[in-house]
Design a protein around this ligand. Structure first.
Ligand code: ADP
Ligand code: MG
Length: 603
């Protein structure tokens, strides 16, 4: 008897299958997985491989030394990277604004006037309208008292901009109902003496004047030309309950625009240059026209130029090649909304700017797997060999899914790339790698929700979401409601929560349940459905995706709660039957490559 270990080193996961080879037959003993240590295809992987082998050996009830042979996958010599950029950089020239949504603004309505500080209230004169700033050194009682006394002198105060979270406290202590925006952190940056507008809507409603370019134009008497410049401000304020806009003196902020730029796609037969502004769909259509892609280049000095340059540099660093030797062999472009800090904003305001995210894939000169094999052998004393191309092994493994047969196509939904392979009835295998998979979904979620935390994005991607509506009631992501007999932990009250291992993990983010679910699903669809269709088209023997009948999904991202459904829906249109792999009838969609590596051992 010989014990064979199949080891699949992925970008994110290292998977192991252990099988006993007895008289020409394989009997599987165990499997295990761990996070890949280091960059796939480098000697840093050895640490992770040892952990996974050890785990699998323990599960099989055998010492590690019983393993007769370790078979490593021939890691596909492609690596990917991601970049994202807004398509234009918009800088506000004419106005500065505060549009953050303090949770409790006070008062109501729209107020317009000259901006002055409450410290100067005694010098104000009747006959002019004013908006007052209230710095945190002035407490709410003092502020209210001084405003009341000014009212009695007929001073026309139309609104307040307050540094502390005091809007409601002040509103309750003054006799006129005026709009009050509070929690304005950088109050000292506001230029006094300029014209300002403050708007607060009723609870549950949104502002109407300052979120509309013509509304702003009316307040500030803007020319049509000037009105164009305030469109981003208005856009940034849509959906807010309160806002402030000031008209700053001309020339305070200068406008600078970095053009989105063109990306040049160089195919074997033709070259197409396409403006990133055209959006992801047009870029992907252009890519299809030039395929196979030999290289892609962004126009220097533009956003897309910066993006492709960064990708090249990262890949060069990983492979030890020069940036100019790196050739982009595949691209996935996805439209995204990117929260942009408003230049000239004063409370960290942002607005959603449209942008494009790119995943790119390059071919490297053979990944140095020999070095990994050698080091593993040295450190464990085991015999190690490099066996089988990843895609072929994945097919072999996928075919252990009960109910499958040749011809069969698989899609491997991993972290860096979406790979597809097909085996015909006469055992011909064709495979492709497409840029973009689980990591890109994380990037899109991270960006569109403004998280700035990739591991949180991954958590949000993976776990079901719910909203704690009150202490006895949970609204699930599908809209259904779950009731509880005992009150829930007050720390989750009113929060969005992730349902993780039977626990509710509160999310400290300011988005609705619907928004998060929408962003998440859209990201998964744009990456995985698009890539599945693209990759199947490429491997179809006729070039027509409709000629593929059966598809098995494997890889970590096939575990996703939504991805399998999204892909099944999408492929249904082409009459393709698709299902999740269940490797060896027990592993689910994982372990296909590792299993294939064991199965392909022939003694
Ligand atoms: P690789 O072969 O590149 O190492 P894997 O096949 O291990 O990749 O898949 C890793 C990807 O699977 C990651 O992007 C990870 O976020 C995703 N993933 C893992 N578990 C789940 C899950 N339960 N739901 C959704 N995605 C998952
Ligand atoms: Mg993989």
């Amino acid at each position: 008897m010989k014990i064979i270990a199949g080891v699949d080193i992925g970008n994110s996961t290292t998977e192991v299958a252990l099988g006993a080879f007895i008289q020409g037959k394989i009997y599987f003993l165990s499997s295990a997985l761990t996070r890949t240590t280091g960059i796939k295809g480098t000697v840093d992987n050895v640490a992770g491989i040892k952990i996974a082998l050890e785990k699998a050996a323990v599960k099989a009830g055998r010492p590690l030394q019983d393993i007769s042979l370790v078979r490593l996958n021939e890691a596909a010599p492609v690596i990917g990277d991601l970049a994202m950029e807004t398509v234009t950089e918009t800088i506000i020239t004419e106005s500065t604004m505060i549009g953050h949504n303090p949770s409790t603004p006070g008062g109501l309505g729209l107020g317009v006037g000259i901006l002055r500080s409450i410290e100067d209230i005694d010098f104000l004169e009747a006959g002019e309208s004013y908006i007052l700033t209230v710095p945190k050194s002035v407490d709410f009682e003092t502020a209210a008292r001084r405003i009341e006394s000014a009212f009695s002198r007929n001073i026309d105060i139309r609104g307040l901009v307050v540094q502390n979270n005091d809007a409601v406290l002040i509103a309750n202590r003054i006799s006129k109902k005026i709009p009050i925006v509070d929690e304005v952190r950088d109050l000292h940056l506001l230029p006094l003496g300029v014209k300002a507008a403050v708007e607060v809507a009723e609870p549950g409603r949104v502002i109407e004047v300052l979120s509309d370019p013509y509304g702003i134009a009316g307040v500030f008497n803007l020319s049509p030309q000037e009105t164009k410049l305030v469109i981003p401000i208005a856009r940034a304020l849509i959906g807010n309950r309160s806002a402030v806009i000031l008209r700053t003196p001309k020339g305070d902020v200068t406008e600078r625009k970095i053009p989105a730029g063109k990306i040049q796609l160089q195919g074997r037969k033709n070259i197409i240059s396409i403006d990133i502004n055209e959006g992801a769909e047009k870029i992907m259509a252009a890519l299809k026209e030039v395929e196979p892609l030999l290289d892609a280049n962004g126009e220097p000095g533009t956003n897309v130029g910066g993006m492709t340059q960064r990708i090249r540099q990262v890949m060069a660093g990983l492979t030890g090649q020069k940036p100019e030797e790196i050739h982009i062999k595949d691209l996935l472009a996805v439209d995204v909304s990117i929260p942009q800090k408003v230049k000239g904003g004063i409370a960290g305001e942002f607005f959603m700017e449209s942008g494009v995210a790119l995943a790119a894939m390059v071919q490297t000169s053979r990944v140095p797997m020999d070095a990994v094999a050698r080091k593993l052998a040295e450190e464990t004393g085991l015999e190690v060999e490099i066996a089988g191309v990843e895609a072929n092994m994945a097919i072999l493994g996928a075919l252990t899914t009960p109910g499958t047969d040749k011809p069969l196509a698989i899609v491997d939904l991993g972290s860096g790339s979406t790979d597809a392979a097909i085996i015909t009835a006469d055992n011909q295998i064709t495979s492709v790698h497409c840029a973009g998979a689980g990591d890109m979904v994380n990037m899109l979620i991270n960006c569109e929700l403004g998280l700035n935390d990739m591991s949180l994005a991954e958590e949000i991607k993976i776990h079901p979401l719910a909203k704690v509506e009150n202490l006895f009631q949970l609204r699930m992501q599908d809209g259904s409601i779950q009731f509880f007999d005992k009150p829930l932990d007050p720390k989750v009250f009113g929060k969005l929560v992730l349902l993780k291992d039977g626990e509710m993990v509160p999310l400290e983010i300011n988005h609705s349940l619907e928004k998060v679910c929408h962003v998440r699903r859209k990201a998964k669809r744009k990456v995985f459905l698009e890539n599945t269709i693209r990759s199947l088209q490429k491997i179809s023997p006729t070039g027509n995706i409709r000629h593929i009948e059966y598809v098995v999904m494997v890889g970590g991202s096939a575990l996703d709660l939504e991805v399998a459904g999204i892909i099944a829906d999408g492929l249904n249109e082409f009459g393709i039957v698709v299902g999740k792999g269940n490797i060896r009838g027990q592993e689910g969609p994982r372990n296909a490559v590792a299993t294939g590596l064991v199965l392909s051992y022939s003694g």
